[in-house]
Write a protein that binds this ligand. Structure first.
Ligand code: ADP
Length: 415
């Protein structure tokens, strides 16, 4: 054996030992790195040169993933907040119709708690809505349904969309009850207003034509006709004035001149101004208010307008022989705002039906029965706006045939 052979053998042994040492170092470094990764993937650092490059690449991937994940979490939170705040109801049902998700609006609209886990039939509780969901599931196409619920008189619009990912369906429900009601109020407004315009206009035309046909030359008849023309024009002027008042009060343009005002003075002067009308209708009016009542923070002219509107109605809707009572006292109703004076205008007239009662403060709302009496349906709406502008509230208590009491509160003036 030559010497070169032994040299070569020694070199191979040295190389094997070096490689073995490198191998064990690398394994130890990898184990340590793996343990650190397990503990906290983003803080793990390769403290040896062997895994440095792998660790750098891995860290980049992990950081990218973390960024991506936080973006996804932010999107998810945003979506959850939108679903939480939405006025429209959102439901997700699986293929067999079991609710998987319901936002708070859906729970509110259908008045069903703990919707998740219930079936579509249990959640929607209306066969027309359930049919729309079934049609969507059968045809795999969007379906919509507009219904009015018989019990709660809600107008609901349901749209069912197939869920392309999960195989179930997405149900969107809008509560259109308020919109429908506003639409009815608007239609009533137009109908009432044109009705109210037609009557004085037709009378004016008839009166003018009668004068034209010869009554003009009969002095006593002519003066009677002219008086009636003036009365009709007055009623048209009052209508346009009320409409203007209402528009300016509603748009917040009417400013109030608030100062401490004695409730007794307000009631006495309103009763005085209406006394003639009250007598003509063969009614009686009484004021019941302690002199010592604290002053209220009020615009006296505007508050008088509220009282006059209420007394005017009491006169219109109380048959001859009836009584009208005006009163004011410190508001001690349980749960009421402290420091208010409670005003009331009551009559023992026709009263208001329970169907009409919730709507009488709406603009131009008039009970059908009231159509025969002169009026525009704006008086109570004006009164409500004015009372609310004073920081008070107004409501009515009435039983059909048993008279009505209109009450409103006005904050007391500081001593
Ligand atoms: P109107 O010009 O028709 O009187 P209001 O807004 O003042 O308009 O009143 C709305 C409706 O409320 C009336 O048409 C009537 O049906 C009802 N109403 C108001 N006050 C009384 C009352 N004192 N007694 C009976 N019904 C009333």
């Amino acid at each position: 054996m030559s010497m070169w052979f032994y040299v070569l053998l020694a070199l191979v042994a040295l190389l094997a030992a070096w490689l073995g040492w490198r191998y064990f170092r690398l394994r130890r470094a990898l184990r340590r790195y793996a343990a650190e990764l397990r503990a906290d993937s983003l803080k793990a650092s390769a403290r040896s040169a062997e895994v440095e490059s792998v660790s750098n690449v891995l860290r980049q991937i992990l950081e990218e993933n973390a960024r991506h994940l936080s973006g996804v979490v932010a999107d998810r939170d945003r979506l959850a907040a939108v679903l939480e705040q939405m006025a429209d109801g959102v439901l997700i049902a699986n293929t067999v119709g079991e609710i998987q998700f319901a936002n708070p609006a859906a729970t509110r609209i259908f008045a069903v708690s703990n919707m998740v886990g219930k079936t579509v039939t249990e959640a929607l509780r209306d066969h027309r809505l359930v049919d729309a969901w079934r049609r969507c599931a059968d045809k795999g196409a969007m379906q919509s349904e507009l219904i009015e619920t018989p019990a709660s008189h809600q107008t609901l619009q349901l749209v069912v969309v197939p869920d392309a990912h999960g195989g179930g369906s997405l149900l969107l429900v809008q509560d259109l009850t308020r919109m429908r009601r506003l639409e009815t109020v608007r239609q009533d407004f137009v109908a009432n207003f044109s009705h109210e315009l037609r009557t004085p206009l037709a009378s004016l035309k008839a009166l003018a034509e009668t004068l034209q046909d010869g009554a003009l030359h009969d002095a006593s008849a002519a003066s009677g006709f002219l008086q009636r023309i003036v009365a009709e024009v007055d009623s048209l002027t009052q209508m346009s004035q009320e409409l203007l008042d209402l528009t300016s009060i509603e748009s917040g343009k009417a400013s109030l001149h608030i100062e401490p005002t004695a409730p007794r003075k307000l009631l006495d002067s309103a009763a005085e101004r209406m006394r003639l009308q009250v007598q003509r209708a063969n009614l009686q009016i009484h004021v019941d208010c302690p002199e010592t009542l604290p002053a209220v923070n009020a615009d006296a002219a505007r508050l008088s307008q509220v009282l006059l509107n209420l007394i005017h109605n009491a006169v219109k809707f109380t048959p001859a022989g009836g009584q009208i009572r005006l009163s004011a006292q410190v508001d001690e109703t349980p749960g009421s705002v402290q420091g208010c004076v409670l005003f009331a205008v009551s009559d023992n007239g026709l009263g208001i039906s329970s169907d009409d009662l919730p709507r009488i403060f709406e603009r131009l709302y008039r009970a059908d029965r009231a159509r025969t009496a002169a009026g525009t349906g704006m008086g109570l709406s004006i009164a409500r706006h004015l009372v609310e502008a004073h920081g008070g509230r107004i409501w009515a208590e009435s039983v059909e045939g048993g008279g009505s009491t209109f009450k409103f509160t006005i904050p007391q003036a500081p001593y």
